[in-house]
Design a protein around this ligand. Sequence first.
Ligand SMILES: [Zn+2]
Ligand SMILES: [Zn+2]
Length: 313
Amino acid sequence: MSSPAPVHVTSFYRFISLSDSQVEELKSQLERFASESELLGLCLLGNEGINATLSGPPSALASVKVLLNEFLAVSDLVYKDSVALKHPFHVFRIKIKNEIVTMGKPGFAPASPKNNHLTPEEWHEAIQDPNALILDTRNDYEVEIGKFKGAKDLKIKEFRDFPEALTTDPATKAVAKDTPVLMYCTGGIRCEKAIMEMNAQGFSNVRQLDGGILNYLEKFPDQGFEGECFVFDYRVAVDQQLQPTTKFKLCPHCGQPANKSISCVKCGTHVEICNHCVDQFAVTCSKNCAHHVAIGSGSRRAHQQELNKRHKV
Ligand SMILES: [Zn+2]
Ligand SMILES: [Zn+2]
């Protein structure tokens, strides 16, 4: 049996001011295109612009890029291309959103696509500066499986916690406002808003990694970044060569990276779950088994209480 052809994937975003009618028009053009091609993926679209990951045959991806470049009238949109062993998506879907990356501040979007970006080469140089604060803007469970050497993070659960955490977390709370800050995320979009928030809070020397970790690893595998990079699709994470991880599975309880092998106490299935859920859900393979174990012990207790009552009567 020959192995299946790899699936082509492209991720991109663009902050660009779109009117409601432009949003509607682009939505219908993309939906029409997807229905006539084998394009799949998820597109977040709104007045702030577009943020998407698409997969399909190379010809469909090439055509949709032409459509987007023409509609948005841009020629410098950065498409981060990769391959996967299977489609990261089952359908093509467009979601209309107030924010194309959620910080809880709609309209808080960069006016220009170039706002203190560093190319991977410039970044690689800049992170050698011992006085720089390398700041990871991602969530705690992403940082846990990989980050830049010496990077600090704000231990946030989701990106909308970033503005508040900036004022309370020791990593940034007492730091001089003119400290050189080098910030990064997975593909760059979170830093676009994070850098504006930092500037609004008075930080005056902040730069961001253009295209994020994924762009850096393309040029510098096995160097400044350590571990693996979490991605928000079935691959869970990619390694230094941008290949799907072989270390982590998705935890069936919480959807975060998991590498602890267990045998389910309820049904015996072997799965990987994450370290946090081992404590929280006993050693079970699924939400369903966790539920049964939980009500099982509950009902045994209730049953025993019932028996005790009857004895007294
Ligand atoms: Zn978990
Ligand atoms: Zn089970």
